[in-house]
Every structure is written in structure tokens, then in C-alpha cells.
Design a protein around this ligand. Structure first.
Ligand code: NAG
Ligand code: NAG
Ligand code: NAG
Length: 329
């Protein structure tokens, strides 16, 4: 529970509101369906995505220095990818496939790399199993990276199928292999892509997401105890107030802040403006003020208690923006 709630009767006239501050825009081109990670000591990194329409998948990788308030470019991905799966562990950035461009589809590839910062190059690592996925929910713990759900393909022509999967994979950075998982952990209770992933206290949470299309947003939270993988997945009691996918999220202490998303039929843009916070200790949700610039398909990352939200689309479908802001809770 928010501290303020305890004192609500005596501070009713006192409005707590979080602050959204704009930051320097993403240079070169606007971005959507990229992935956002924190690369220590100081950088918010934006990976791949699209820049303008279905045929604009990019290999651009850009880094925003929080200390210097400046963007620079890293070496591009070996191939252009949208919805890449990425994580940073012990200061090393890993990419686990994503969706690659064809004339008529965005189709998963399993190609994976780690970034060698010394030599400024991408080095191949083990392929993602089963041909790969895009837009998986991702968590990191103990030298391992978990990829949950995602999709294998988005058809860009009729019937516009989006093939969502429930598969779960765990990559071990020490052995460069994928672990064999107990069957209770190897599949999500339901397939979902464009969900958020967060690890808090050795539990992995998968929040929201969707199954086979923009208007199928989910509100449930799936939980996996990373110390007891054989116990498998459970579904939390607390449900997200606005069922959403294509949302961005960041973790501050024991709370997952979730932002925006796609498929809101109540507004013309089709984009959720929601900022909703899940507290893993109370299994409860709190609704905060609306996003200043509602977006979806952007990604976010928490650094030092602030959450950075670069790019994303401001209209359902494709509408990439260069806009970047930071939420100070
Ligand atoms: C976006 O793509 C369209 C169609 O491919 C093209 O005509 C247009 O010039 C592009 N706009 C920008 C800003 O690149
Ligand atoms: C994809 O589209 C381009 C440009 O329209 C065309 O040249 C190419 O042959 C197409 N490729 C396939 C595999 O259809
Ligand atoms: C935020 O979204 C809600 C519906 O989800 C809508 O009622 C409200 O008007 C939106 N706020 C703004 C400022 O557009």
C-alpha cells in the first residue's frame, strides 16, 4: 500500500503525483517495437524495432547516457530485428532472437548474440530453442535469463495471424546452454506475447500481455518461484486494473510500474494512458496519474529508482515516436 493511503484522512487536500520529465529524443529515427535495457554503469539502451511502417525493421542500437544526457550509437545488430528479446547480466548485453522482416511477415529467428564491449562486436551464442520468438517476457537471476511466451510470427497480409506461444526457456550464461525445465515450468498457464516480465525476490512475474492480436489484452499476473521450478506457474489474485499488452514496465523496490499499452477501445488513439503499479508483497494494484504522452510498444527500464521510457507508438498499430521521458515515482 502507498504510504499516503494510511494518512488519507488528514492529508486529503494533499495530492501526490509522480513526475514525468521529458529527456533528449532518440536520434536518427523514431522507434517502436524495440527493446529497452539498462547497461551499467549509466546507459539506457534501445535495441532494434521499427522506424516507419511494416518494412522498416532496423538493426540500430543506441545508448542514452543518464550522466551526460546524450545519445550515442553502438554497433548495429548483425541483422535487423523488431521485438528483440534482450537482457543484461553482469554488465553484458545479450540478444535472444526476435522478429525479422520479410515482405509479408515478421517471423521469429533464433539467432542470438552477446555484446563484446571491449572489441565492440556481437558474438554468436546458443540459438533460442524451437526456432525462436519475439516479444517474450524476460527476467534475470543468478546468471540465468528466462524468456516466457512471445510470438513466432505476425503476418502483415490477410489473415494477419499473430502466433502466440506459451513456451518458457531458461538460458544459462555460464554454460551457454538452455536448461531442461520441469514440465510445470516449461509452459505458461496461457500463451501470451507483449507482456511485461520482472524478477523480484527470486520470483518471476509475467504481467498482462495478449494472445493472437491487439484487442486481446490480459489483466492477469503469472508467477514462477525461481527456486522451485518444479512447482511451476501460479496465477496471482491481484489483477491489473486495465487489461493491456504492449505495455512497458520497470521495477522499483518491490513494485512493478506498468505503462501504456495497445488496444484501448475507449479512446480514439487505441492506446492506454494507464500507469498502474503492482506491489508483489501485497499482491495489490494501485493506479497512478496518466502518462503525459501515452504510448505502446516501447519498453522501459528502471535505473536508480527512476523509470526511463524511450520511444513507442502513440496510435494503435504503427506510429513510432522519438519522444523519451522518465518517471520519477
Ligand atoms: C515512411 O515510409 C513511407 C512508405 O514506405 C515513405 O513514403 C515515407 O517517406 C517514410 N517516412 C519517413 C519519415 O521516412
Ligand atoms: C520483396 O519485395 C521486393 C520489393 O518489392 C522484391 O524485389 C522482392 O523480390 C520481394 N521478395 C520476395 C521474396 O517476394
Ligand atoms: C485516459 O484513458 C481513459 C480511458 O482508458 C480516458 O477515459 C481518459 O480520457 C484518458 N485521458 C486523457 C487525458 O486522454
Amino acid at each position: 500500500m502507498h504510504l499516503l493511503a494510511l494518512f488519507a484522512p488528514i492529508s486529503a487536500s494533499f495530492v501526490v503525483s509522480e513526475t514525468w520529465n521529458p529527456l533528449p529524443s532518440i536520434p536518427i529515427a523514431p522507434r517502436q517495437e524495440h527493446t529497452t535495457v539498462f547497461l551499467p554503469p549509466n546507459n539506457v539502451v534501445v535495441i532494434g524495432g521499427i522506424t516507419n511502417g511494416t518494412q522498416s525493421t532496423t538493426s540500430i542500437v543506441q545508448s542514452y547516457s543518464i550522466a551526460h544526457r546524450k545519445w550515442t550509437s553502438l554497433p548495429p545488430l548483425p541483422i535487423p530485428l523488431n521485438h528483440p528479446n534482450a537482457a543484461v547480466i553482469s554488465g553484458t548485453l545479450y540478444i535472444f532472437g526476435g522478429l525479422a522482416q520479410t515482405n509479408t511477415s515478421w517471423t521469429a529467428v533464433s539467432d542470438s548474440w552477446r555484446y563484446d564491449a571491449k572489441r565492440k562486436t556481437w558474438r554468436p551464442i546458443a540459438d533460442v530453442p524451437n526456432g525462436g520468438i519475439g516479444s517474450a517476457a524476460i527476467g534475470v537471476w543468478d546468471g540465468k535469463i528466462i524468456l516466457a511466451g512471445g510470438l513466432q510470427e505476425i503476418l502483415l497480409v490477410s489473415p494477419y495471424t499473430q502466433s502466440t506461444v506459451p513456451n518458457v526457456h531458461v538460458y544459462d550464461t555460464v554454460t551457454n546452454t538452455y536448461l531442461a525445465l520441469p514440465s510445470a515450468a516449461a509452459k505458461l498457464p496461457d500463451a501470451r506475447d507483449h507482456a511485461c516480465g520482472a524478477v523480484i525476490d527470486r520470483r518471476f512475474y509475467v504481467l498482462g500481455g495478449r494472445e493472437r492480436g491487439q484487442l486481446t489484452g490480459k489483466s492477469s499476473v503469472l508467477v514462477l518461484d525461481l527456486d522451485y521450478l518444479d512447482k511451476g506457474w501460479s496465477v496471482a489474485d491481484g489483477t491489473m486494473p486495465s487489461p493491456r499488452a504492449g505495455l512497458a514496465c520497470g521495477v522499483v523496490e518491490k513494485r512493478v510500474y506498468t505503462f501504456g499499452g495497445e488496444g484501448n477501445l475507449k479512446v480514439e488513439s487505441g492506446v492506454w494512458n494507464s500507469t498502474e503499479v503492482y506491489d508483489v508483497e501485497t499482491d495489490g494494484w494501485e493506479t497512478l496519474g496518466e502518462m503525459k504522452v501515452p504510448r505502446h510498444g516501447g519498453g522501459a527500464v528502471a535505473v536508480g529508482g527512476k523509470i526511463y521510457v524511450p520511444g513507442g507508438g502513440d496510435v494503435i498499430g504503427m506510429s513510432p515516436m522519438s519522444y523519451v521521458d522518465v518517471l520519477i515515482p
